[in-house]
Write a protein that binds this ligand. Structure first.
Ligand code: SAM
Length: 177
């Protein structure tokens, strides 16, 4: 299951990598799910194991998706910084996971200071347009630091969940809940 799947980048990769599993991409935006479905229909080989659902993560536990015991892998990419109340994210993964579910959630790290944030912004501006650059900068500012997530995990006593850092730019929440 791919939470906050957007246009389906990661969902498609999972679907192609593991054709004998069932992949579900979920996103709160109708437009994103629409895009994801269009992309799915444009694939050379049909991705019959891939489905999409439009739902806010805070309501996912309320809808009948599947037997949660069958979710082996729960992933997200660039979702966490979108969630205003981080507890909603944890409630969601807790309600969907069993002890057999591997959680893997990747997101940006909030830069350590404004100077570094501006350096990253400039790096982005050298490759992408103004809109993408300002979205990226806003995302950086909305993101978490690894220690903040570690503290939350400790408060919640989620001892099998860890936070890894990649290149001072990304964090990965990894393990089981
Ligand atoms: C930066 S995009 C990442 C898309 C995709 N994961 C990727 O890596 O290409 C974040 C996505 O999270 C979705 N999102 C944000 N808040 C959400 C929520 N509360 N419930 C479900 N989806 C949400 C947005 O609609 C958006 O498509």
């Amino acid at each position: 299951m791919d939470l906050g799947c957007g246009p389906g980048n990661i969902s498609e990769k999972l679907s192609k990598e593991w054709p004998n599993t069932s992949v579900l991409g979920i996103d709160g935006s109708k437009e994103m799910i629409h895009k994801a479905k269009i992309r799915k229909n444009l694939q050379e080989k049909p991705l019959n194991n891939l489905n999409y659902l439009c739902e806010d993560i805070k309501n996912i536990k309320l809808v009948d998706i599947s037997d949660k015991k069958h979710i082996n892998l729960l992933v997200s990419n660039s979702l966490i910084h979108h969630i205003t109340h981080i507890n909603e994210f944890f409630e969601c993964i807790l309600s969907l996971s069993s002890e057999n579910t591997l959680n893997f959630h990747k997101d940006l790290i909030r830069p350590i200071n404004e100077k570094y944030a501006l350096e990253l912004k400039a790096e982005c501006a050298s490759k992408y347009n103004e809109t993408l650059t300002s979205d990226y900068y806003a995302s950086l500012q909305a993101s978490y630091r690894a220690d903040e997530l570690r503290n939350l995990i400790a408060d919640k006593n989620l001892v099998h969940l860890d936070v890894l850092e990649e290149d001072n730019k990304y964090l990965i929440l990894y393990g089981s809940v």
